[in-house]
Design a protein around this ligand. Structure first.
Ligand code: NDP
Ligand code: 2IT
Length: 457
């Protein structure tokens, strides 16, 4: 074991050397390098006076997945053609519990994106306080335009291969982009059939077969609870604030719903074809209509403007040019760039909360910080989803189903605890909270302690 004598002045040099190594070992994986950069830039200053972390190579080990499997997923389309996709599971870190994290089905999925998501998931899951390691998986399969039967055949083939790598105490996948209740149902059914065991191997299941109340709502609701807690910490309130949301899937629609319930005014949503704007603020009826449009009818967001006269559609653009108090990006990674950030800042945005994973490019985050805009990082803001997944695992192990009111209380409490951990680790000498640093450090500490206990593994 090499002895390293670290002084704060050496921190930048160590950080740069570390990032150089990460880039060299992960060629062609810009999203993964971006995620490591963001975490490591908070952790290096934190461990500058804690040489044990350097001696034990904790950050070096954290940036290497414990295991990555990739596999062929053959399936037959409705015309009888054999199609081939690629599937992956990145089992990133199991220091504090079984690998846990979603599955994404989207044509852009590749190893870099799944590694960034698995890396982030490790720290996010740690923040929840529950015993869950980090993992992520998925496929470059595009569910758009596929029939239900095609999606079923794909999910069954995907699970036939994935099933040998997962288990209720080993690795517990869930949903993410392109994977919702329908896909989880097909995959759980196939796992059960192959293994002849009814266990909590997936979360986000339907209520009739082991799903948890509040799991569908958890990510979006949790994100808005976190926003409310950030505002409260700053002596402000969410009531009356206009909220700009991107995306129109599970996370976005539930964020809009909770914002409305807490007295705020959600005014935009989007999909990959453009965004919709409702100056009056979406009503509950409109939000539910959009949920059915996207999750059941699988239509385009422009249809909302055809249906409601107070909603306008803006093709091929994102909502960041619309004035508002709070922005909650809830679609995908790198959907807010420096230019978008400049426009949000010019329009007077007070708070940006990442409900999607890494939706803000680094330059955008830096711009928000420089402008004094409060910034809530994804691993804290969207942790309610995996948090309630953890509670679904507990209920499955105990063969119990808790009621909705109990789970709603647990979710709200969990978000407050995560908020307070960010405050504990992220408050600077000026009394201002840097939530990005706070979340990174608080998430890191627990995983690092466990890794130190295990020795050189
Ligand atoms: P959904 O599949 O339910 O919805 C995704 C939404 O984002 C859709 O409106 C989709 O539009 C849009 N979108 C996806 N990719 C792109 C893209 N490349 N460009 C523009 N728009 C895009 O996914 P979720 O709501 O579950 O996930 C949204 C984000 O939240 C992701 O970053 C995910 O990782 C994160 N997240 C999800 C959690 C969960 O519990 N589901 C938990 C924590 C984080 P379209 O329909 O046109 O494709
Ligand atoms: O990014 C995420 O936290 C998720 N997609 C949810 C993961 C989970 O296991 O519920």
């Amino acid at each position: 074991m090499s002895k390293v004598n670290v002084t704060p002045t050496k921190t930048q040099e160590y950080f740069e050397r570390y990032m150089h190594g990460v880039e060299k070992r992960n060629p062609g994986e810009p999203e993964f390098v971006q995620a490591v950069y963001e975490v490591a830039s908070s952790i290096f200053p934190y461990i500058a006076d804690k040489p044990i972390y350097h001696e034990m190579q904790i950050l070096e080990r954290m940036a290497e997945p414990e295991r990555t499997v990739s596999f062929r997923v053959p399936w037959t389309d409705d015309s009888g053609n054999i199609r081939t996709n690629r599937g992956w599971r990145v089992q990133f870190n199991s220091a504090i519990g079984p690998y846990k994290g979603g599955l994404r089905f989207h044509p852009t999925v590749n190893q870099s994106i799944l590694k960034f998501l698995g890396f982030e998931q490790t720290f996010k899951n740690s923040l929840t306080g529950l015993p869950m390691g980090g993992g992520k998986g998925g496929s470059n399969f595009n569910p758009k335009g596929k029939s239900d039967l095609e999606v079923m055949r794909f999910c069954q083939s995907f699970m036939t291969e994935l099933s040998r790598h997962i288990g209720e105490d080993t690795d517990v996948p869930a949903g993410d982009i392109g994977v919702g209740g329908r896909e989880i149902g097909y995959m759980f059914g196939q796992y059960k059939r192959i293994n002849n065991r009814f266990v909590g191997v997936l979360t986000g299941k339907g209520m009739s077969y082991g799903g948890s109340k509040m799991r569908p709502e958890a990510t979006g609701y949790g994100a808005v609870f976190f926003v409310r807690d950030m505002l409260q910490q700053a002596g402000d309130t969410i009531e009356g604030k206009t909220v700009i949301i991107s995306g129109s899937g599970n996370v976005a629609t539930h964020a809009a719903e909770k914002a409305l319930q807490l007295g705020a005014k959600p005014i935009t949503m989007s999909d990959s074809s453009g965004f919709i704007h409702c100056k009056d603020g979406f009503t509950q009826e409109q939000i539910e209509w959009i949920q059915v449009l996207k999750d059941v009818r699988r239509g385009r967001i422009s249809e909302a403007a055809d249906e409601f006269s107070n909603i306008s559609f803006h093709a091929d653009s994102r909502p960041w040019g619309v004035p508002g108090d709070i922005a909650i990006p809830s679609a995908t990674q790198n959907e807010v760039n420096a230019e978008d950030a400049a426009s949000l800042i010019a329009n007077g945005v007070k708070l940006v909360a990442e409900a999607a994973n890494m939706p803000c490019e680094l330059a955008a985050v830096q711009a928000f910080n420089a402008a004094g805009v409060m910034f809530g990082p994804a691993k804290a803001v969207n942790a309610g989803g995996v948090g309630v997944s953890g509670l679904e695992m507990s209920q499955n192990s105990a063969r119990m189903a808790w009621d909705e009111a109990h789970l709603a209380t647990l979710l709200e409490g969990m978000m407050k605890t995560i908020h307070d951990s960010c405050v504990q680790y992220g408050t600077g000498p000026n009394g201002k909270v840097n939530y990005l640093e706070g979340a990174n450090i608080a998430g890191f500490v627990r995983v690092a302690e466990a890794m130190l206990s295990y020795g050189h593994v």
